[in-house]
Design a protein around this ligand. Structure first.
Ligand SMILES: Cc1ncc(COP(=O)(O)O)c(C=O)c1O
Length: 374
């Protein structure tokens, strides 16, 4: 039996046409035509001056840290609840990740915890717009400004989200996005970096192309750098998806509304928040169970799987996973981060694939009620 999928894209004839055109025509003098269109349309959508298409969001975070000059001996603050891609690039540049606690309402970086984690070594912070929701950006930006800390906004999961009328990804020195196959807009694998800062953009242009200056025709490398590029077929797919962004976001928000309606009578569960002044892009509909229900996330995932429903665990605290558990910062975080340790064991992502309609979501909710009541 095919399970109800937890994540997946919505591909139409338009995407197939654009990719077919790219594979047919985006060569020779036209090799960059889809990159140029995708980057321009993306920058406009976000409200940023510059955009660069990249192979992943992970590479966008890596390039951001490099361009900001973050290096060995520096500290970078990340929320303890996120995918490891938010923090792994901190280690790539030799710096130390510091795991701050989350806000219990938004599940994103807590401004107070961020401030408490700052030391003279702190060079950057990476707030994450978790599952399509937004952190308290005003507070985070004010703290960062006061302490002269750069912001890399990890909007990998939040394309289309808004905070006080501005789009997710536009709040930092750089903003980064993922187009992995699970994301609202996909290119299979892919990423985008946006910025308003010309100095950072110019530096990233060199860093992403093996140390070549933009327009270099002599294959003249001025430094050892990286090869982080997207293909034109991916850029064509991304452009077609972005041109359908209103429709994709509408579907995401509809799905959340169906869940909310179907689960209105369920006791002891909390769904994604949409605080006043924000627009949640609901990349993943997520539930937090009251521990009093006596079910943890592993048990709930297993029970739903028996009903043919695929789910994902809420991110395990980074400070709890083998990759980091022995580090000094992980020890400190495990003592300090009460909010993330309070909810992560009891929370899962429900099926949020763009292919799902109301009937499938009703099926998921009926199974969930069955598990919760049984
Ligand atoms: C919060 C967050 N940051 C970064 C990434 C990394 O994205 P990519 O897989 O495109 O490198 C992801 C992807 O899943 C993510 O969810």
């Amino acid at each position: 039996m095919q399970k109800i999928p937890v994540a997946g894209p919505w591909i139409t004839e338009k995407e197939i046409q654009y990719v077919t055109d790219a594979v047919t025509n985006a060569w020779y003098g036209n090799a960059n035509m889809y990159h140029e269109r995708f980057e321009k349309a993306f920058a406009e959508y976000i409200g940023a001056k510059y955009a660069m298409a990249l192979p992943t969001c992970t590479s966008a975070i890596h390039l951001s840290l490099l361009a900001l000059g973050v290096k060995e001996g520096d500290e970078v603050i990340v929320p303890d609840a996120t995918w490891i891609a938010s923090s792994a690039p901190i280690s790539y540049v030799g710096a130390t990740p510091v795991f701050a606690d989350i806000d219990l309402q938004t599940w994103c970086l807590s401004a107070e915890s961020f401030e408490a984690c700052i030391t003279p070594k702190t060079k950057a912070v990476i707030p994450v717009d978790l599952y399509g929701g937004m952190p308290d950006m005003d507070a985070i930006r004010a703290i960062a400004r006061r302490h002269n800390i750069a912001i890399i906004e990890d909007a990998a999961e939040a394309l289309g989200a808004e905070y006080k009328g501005k789009r997710a990804g536009s709040f930092g020195d750089t903003g980064v996005f993922s187009f992995h196959g699970s994301k609202t807009v996909t290119t299979g694998e892919g990423g985008m970096l946006v910025t308003d800062r010309e100095d950072l953009f110019k530096r990233i242009q060199v860093l992403h192309d093996h140390g070549r200056q933009p327009g270099d025709r002599m294959f003249w490398n001025t430094e050892v750098a990286y090869k982080y590029k997207m293909s034109s077929m991916q850029a064509a797919l991304g452009l077609a998806q972005l041109e359908r962004m209103d429709e994709l976001l509408k579907r995401k928000r509809e799905q959340f509304a169906w869940y909310k309606q179907e689960l209105a009578s369920a006791d002891g569960i909390t769904l994604n928040a949409e605080p006043e002044g924000t627009l949640n892009a609901y990349w993943m509909v997520t539930i937090v169970l009251d521990p009093k229900l006596g079910l943890n996330k592993t048990q709930l995932m297993e029970r739903l799987s028996q009903h043919g429903i695929d789910t994902r665990p809420f991110f395990h605290p980074l400070s709890s996973i083998p990759a980091y558990e022995d580090s000094k910062q992980a020890h400190i975080a495990r003592e300090r981060n009460k909010a993330v340790y309070g909810i992560s064991p009891y929370s899962i992502n429900l099926p949020s694939a763009l292919s799902l309609g109301k009937e499938e979501i009703k099926t998921v909710c009926a199974a969930l009620m069955d598990v919760l009541n049984g």
